[in-house]
Every structure is written in C-alpha cells, then in structure tokens.
Design a protein around this ligand. Sequence first.
Ligand SMILES: [Zn+2]
Length: 218
Amino acid sequence: MAEFDLVIRNGMVIDGTRVPRYRADIGIKDGLVADLGRLAAHRGRREIDAGGCIVAPGFVDLHTHYDAQLFWDPYCTLSGWHGITSAVIGNCGFGFAPVRPAERERAMLSMTRVEAIPYAAMKAGMPWDWTTFPEFLDRVERTPKAINLLPYVPIGPLLVWVMGLAAATAGNLPSPAEHAEICRIFEESLDAGGCGWPSASCPAAQRPSNWTTTARRW
Ligand SMILES: [Zn+2]
C-alpha cells in the first residue's frame, strides 16, 4: 500500500537552507513533505522520476506586472519557467482595479507606458468584467492558474477612482473625505484578499519623461 500521495525520486535537492546539494527522494502526503532521504522501500500513489533534475522549493517573485497576462498565460511566463510558484501583482501602484469602464483604456495605456506591457495583448486578452477590487479578485479566482498570486491593492487606480483622473494625475492631495474613502476601499480590498499596499517603487515609474535610455541613473 502506498504510504505517500507522491514520491519524487532521485532528484538533486537544493533545499534553500544553504547546505550543499544532495540526491534524495521526497515523500509527500496531504500536500506536505512527509519524508526526505532514501525511500526505495516506500511507495507513492504517484511517482515522479526526477533523475537529472534539480528539486527545489518554489520561489516567490516579489515584483511583477502580470496583472493582465495572468488572464491568458496561466504560467505567467517567464516566471513559471524559472521555478516561480508564487508571484506578487499590483506592484508600483499600477493595476486594473478598482477601475470604472470609462478608465479602462487609460489603465492599459499606463501599464504600457510605464511597465512596457504590450497594449494590443491587453486589449485582446483582458476580460474586463469587473470594476471593484473584490470583483477583480473574483475574476482572478475563476481564471485557471499554474502559480499562486498575491495581489497588492494598487494605489494608482484607487486614487483615480476616488479623486477623479485629473486631480489624481495632477498630484493633488486627497481631501479629508476622499482620504477616508480611500481608506474604506483599501480596508474592503484587504478583506477581500489584497495582500498590501504598493506605491511607485519601480524606477521606471519615477523616471522623468524627458530622461533618455542613456541618461538612466538608477
Ligand atoms: Zn514595477
């Protein structure tokens, strides 16, 4: 009888604890590593021969812009190819919720301008059947995915939602009432599954528009 749900055999294990790599079998039960070592006498309901392969824990990518690509690429290529099993989205304050229908074009153009995500791909691949952040998360939830996603609540769309496009892009500070509304929506978004609050941490987002490629100084 199988003791494990899955046994990964004969892989070269790099476990992330800074010990040298070693060859081992890994027994997995109920979604957790239950044993590690030579498991020749043990069986799994499913077995994978990992000979010639590296076996390592999944990596977390803390800064991505897969907010659109996740809808047509479940592996979030290239991250999925490189061993990423969890990716944060919504970095740098950019994202697609909350966004009213009238602001969708602007949101996609911003993502193209600042993060170099091709507009044509977003136009063709975004289902856009949400407006609020919780509705966006519901859509992400229903979308087939090969990796885990940790969604920030992006500040850019939230400022536009509450203050309007002109005031938000002019750099105005929110009024006390607007600030309270931003906080209310932020709390609501965290309750729905948002993992935090990003601002413009990306060098590209801070670059004055008159800088050229050769003048980059970060
Ligand atoms: Zn970024």
